[in-house]
Design a protein around this ligand. Structure first.
Ligand SMILES: [Zn+2]
Ligand SMILES: [Zn+2]
Ligand SMILES: [Zn+2]
Length: 145
């Protein structure tokens, strides 16, 4: 489940930000891109279709702001560019990502699967885990053919 648009709008207002037409267009693009992980450049290309006047710098700043207010999660899957995805409401912990080093494809792993490991770590290191960001690198089905 992803956040409802109206809910996001309210949250933004509470945090003192206005939902300008440009911010709205950017938000629409991210909501549509559910399950994908877009770079700022890719978001810019999509938003430009609706707002031809928008600049890349505006998209950068808006994504920074969305990250600050917790709408999106910023990933660094490679050294080239950061990628964004909307934060899921129903996720207790961040889902994992499989990154293909052959074709750069990113596959999402829905299940946490780390519960036992988390318990072991918490016990052994007396540490309370609030989240994790796990990336697995390897080769996808296509690249292994
Ligand atoms: Zn977990
Ligand atoms: Zn691949
Ligand atoms: Zn993801």
């Amino acid at each position: 489940m992803i956040r409802e648009f109206e809910y996001l709008k309210e949250e933004l207002k509470e945090k003192g930000y206005k939902l300008t037409p440009q911010r709205r267009a950017i938000l629409d693009v991210i909501l549509d891109a559910e399950g994908r992980h877009l770079s700022v450049e890719e978001i810019y290309d999509l938003v430009k279709m609706k707002c031809p006047d928008i600049g890349l710098a505006t998209v950068y700043r808006t994504m920074q702001m969305f990250e600050e207010v917790g709408f999106v999660y910023k990933h660094n899957f490679d050294e080239v560019r950061s990628r964004y995805e909307i934060n899921h409401l129903n996720e207790f912990h961040q889902h994992h990502h499989l990154i293909c080093i052959g074709c750069n494809k990113v596959i999402e792993v829905e299940e946490d699967l780390l519960e036992q490991l988390e318990l072991d770590i918490e016990k052994k290191y007396n540490f309370e885990i609030s989240n994790h960001d796990v990336k697995f690198f390897g080769y996808c089905e296509n690249c292994r053919k």
